[in-house]
Design a protein around this ligand. Sequence first.
Ligand code: CA
Length: 527
Amino acid sequence: MSIRMVTRLGMLLAFVQCVGLQAAEPTRPNILLIFADDLTCQAISAYGDKRRLLETPQMDRLACDGMRFDRCLVTNSICGPSRATILTGKYSHVNGFYNNSNSRFDGAQQTFPKLLQAMGYSTAIIGKWHLQSEPTGFDHWHILPGQGIYYNPPMNKMGQQVKHSGYTTDVITDLSIDWIKNRDKSKPFLLMSQHKAPHREWAPAVRHLGWDKDRQYPEPETLFDDYAGRSKAISDHDMGLDRSFSELDAKLRPSANMTEEQLKGWNAYYEPRNDAFRKAKLTGKDLVRWRYNRYMHDYLACVKAVDESVGRMLEALEQEGIAQNTVVICSSDQGFFLGEHGWFDKRWIFEESLRSPLMVRWPGVIKPASVNGNIVSLLDFAETFLDLAGTKVPADMQGRSMVPLFRGEVPADWRKSLYYHYYEFPAPHHVRPHYGVITDRYKLIHYYKPDVNDWELLDRQADPLEVKNFYQAPEYAQTVKDLHVELNRLREEVRETGEPPREAFGNQAFEGEPKPAPKPATKKKAE
Ligand code: CA
């Protein structure tokens, strides 16, 4: 057989594998959102990161059966604000949830689950909520308090404190599957199944310890970024593998709340390796490299458990006979740095933390194995879900329904740019507030507070690693001018033209500033 024939046969097989779920277009589909926390595209094999960090067969299956979005961007790269944006379809400065420090979600405002509920959908959220106030708009909620913990998590079920045994990703999966099996079958449903993993401190399940056989991971090209020629805002951070990696991050001490048996498995893996590390007394780049490899083992193990959860959820849909009529959306509240620029964490407008994974399966509508490169956003989820349910989208939402994109159509007026704004400062990671405009190729960024006033222009085409500032380069003068116009237009459009209120930055004092007063209790806002 010739190489060409083999290649064709391979392509045909891939196509056949990807079309297993063709069906007639349903009406009022169920909506299942499988949502991870700090899950980044570099850790999902369907996204083809060149480091090939991890195989994620279940998420890949979603991409294979559905559509992979390559530029799903967030509007404020941090947990709570992203979740508030998803619920409301509005920017942080409109829904009032700016940061994880002192924001509290105003549950009296309009959200898409409330609108779906009013349309006859059965609505549930299980897992991480992280919005301080109690969920509204859900027939059933069963959430982790605050950030939640990785082992044997206490949870809050409709206002009652309950305890669970096991690894939190598995617990959330079990509860989600139970809810699907016992749902009100007379109604279509919305289920938001939301993991804590792989959020910091990225603690793996005991069964995944050592999964990588002590692999030495390929390093990102910018692991030792020197931030030369960049704003002080970038170099003066507190999220580096070289300076900010805690004992818990490094697993030099165990995660909280493990049983004796879990701790035994944990220690059997970590202790010999930690002993060797302590004896080696690493410093400088060697220490950064050790931490990077430890980080990759742990973070990716957490993703493995999320991937297994995706597989179990898809299996449950099959068992219930509802796979054909359920739109499955797999995503995360932002991306994450896996050593790029020397960092862990998120927050920045840079690509790794700006971009969320997004894979959507809708049998019979989305062409299997399709890929979309348009700029979409978590800001679009609310309108998309309402559109899926066939209901009218309120005019005050700020995103746009992705349903035409699911159908393979790109509206001529689809957005070419997106507005971004991050606020929380100084703790926990000393990332200064910044806003900007993002296009296919460029980012124009303003670091404006409290001790900087710097503009940057990034060109992803000329500099995919995002390590150069072209703002002052003469050949970019026209681009800079055009992007300023676009940024001003977007700020007008999203209604954020002035300085944000002090509370937007959190309740920690800036250097030299007295501690701000705590935020008053949430007032009920008119909708
Ligand atoms: Ca997050």
